[in-house]
Design a protein around this ligand. Structure first.
Ligand code: 13P
Ligand code: SF4
Length: 346
């Protein structure tokens, strides 16, 4: 469903004044010429979300005017899921893709969960169906299925536990121990499965889904960054192919990359992941030089200030999950949240 957006709002002197503190925050990464377009939405969204008792949960891949100017909580998939489970707000606006909004609905079934564009999907989530998971279980009886949160609720419902890129290792080892097995099935990200398998004695049977953003990076890209500046620090997301992760200095979820940057404070860094990550971190670390290889996620980029405002105005598009699927999917997500918070590090 394509969402109609509010028509462009005017940039008045009053709006300019009200939005000024936000602009000071993002001036480093948002061109001045763009600000008159964003500012009226920033002001309107902040006003309306307070009136509606809404919270905006924004993924690290949102653009800086969303991430730094209207979001209440920002983070990786794991952090956003944890917050969704305990927010007091009446309405959750998910500034991210559809599977993230579904996860929020599973964990907060009594809240209104809105996604500003219901077509914001994910190549991983689309690579596997509930029937595929049932077929895998029939082929490998007695083995648990670990599914990445980047899946539909129907796939989560057929799985034994979920994971994110931040806790994949801990979840795989935990479920193997609990089931008393040496092998688990992991869906749908083949590369996350292979990157996780390198760190554990547990054997992993992987599905062949890929992230269309991360699968495009190559080891030659990394060698190119190092050739241009041998002192550059390279961080890669574990959705990248193992050969790319092997060339990186560190691999971790989007939040883990952020923590690494804060802890190590390299002079120059390259984040081998979606474009907006570097922009968002650069706001907090203006003295670090970010080399920006740009692979956009077309799904994440469907979310903008205009459709966030439209979602708050119209309370659409509301995310709903069939009750039976939700009950089973919730078990997989809650089981994940109960597992230790051990991060996956390269
Ligand atoms: P994170 O859990 O690291 O935020 O990743 C989610 C995602 O979709 C990355 O492509
Ligand atoms: Fe899915 Fe990749 Fe986009 Fe993340 S970056 S939402 S994994 S397509």
């Amino acid at each position: 469903m394509v969402v109609k957006t509010t028509i462009r709002l005017p940039f008045t002197p009053e709006i300019a004044r009200a939005a000024e503190p936000f602009y000071r925050k993002v001036a480093h990464v948002v061109p001045e010429i763009e600000w008159p377009v964003h500012a009226p939405y920033v002001v309107a969204i902040n006003k309306l979300k307070a009136e509606r008792n809404a919270v905006i949960l924004a993924h690290n891949y949102m653009t800086p005017e969303i991430y730094h100017c209207v979001a209440d909580v920002v983070g990786d998939s794991l952090h956003l899921a944890r917050i969704a489970a305990r927010t007091e707000a009446k309405i959750i606006v998910q500034a991210g893709v559809h599977f993230m909004a579904e996860t929020s609905k599973l964990l907060s079934p009594d809240k209104t969960v809105l996604i500003p564009d219901a077509t914001a999907g994910c190549s991983l989530a689309e690579s596997i169906t509930a029937a595929d998971v049932r077929a895998l279980k029939a082929k490998h009886p007695g083995l648990p299925v670990v599914s990445y949160v980047n899946t539909s609720a129907a796939v989560k419902a057929e799985s034994d536990v979920c994971c994110t890129s931040a806790n994949a290792l801990a979840v795989v080892e935990d479920i193997a121990r609990e089931w008393g097995v040496d092998t688990v099935i992991m869906t749908p990200d083949e590369f996350l499965a292979q990157n996780t398998a390198k760190k554990t004695a547990v054997k992993i049977i992987a599905w062949k889904g890929h992230c269309e953003v991360h699968e495009r990076f190559t080891p030659a890209d990394i060698r190119g960054f190092r050739k241009a500046d041998p002192s550059v620090t390279v961080l890669a997301h574990p959705e990248c192919p193992p050969a790319v992760v092997a060339e990186a200095d560190y691999a971790g979820s989007t939040a883990e990359m952020q923590r690494y940057i804060a802890d190590k404070h390299p002079k120059r860094a390259v984040l081998v992941t979606e474009c907006s990550m570097s922009d968002n971190i650069a706001v907090d670390f203006p003295d670090i030089d970010f080399v920006r290889p740009c692979n956009l996620c077309p799904h994440m980029k469907k979310i903008g200030l205009q459709n966030i405002l439209h979602a708050l105005e119209t309370l659409t598009v509301e995310v709903r999950v069939d009750a039976d699927i939700a009950a089973r999917a919730r078990r997989s997500v809650e089981r994940m949240l109960a597992v230790g918070k051990t991060p996956v590090a390269a």
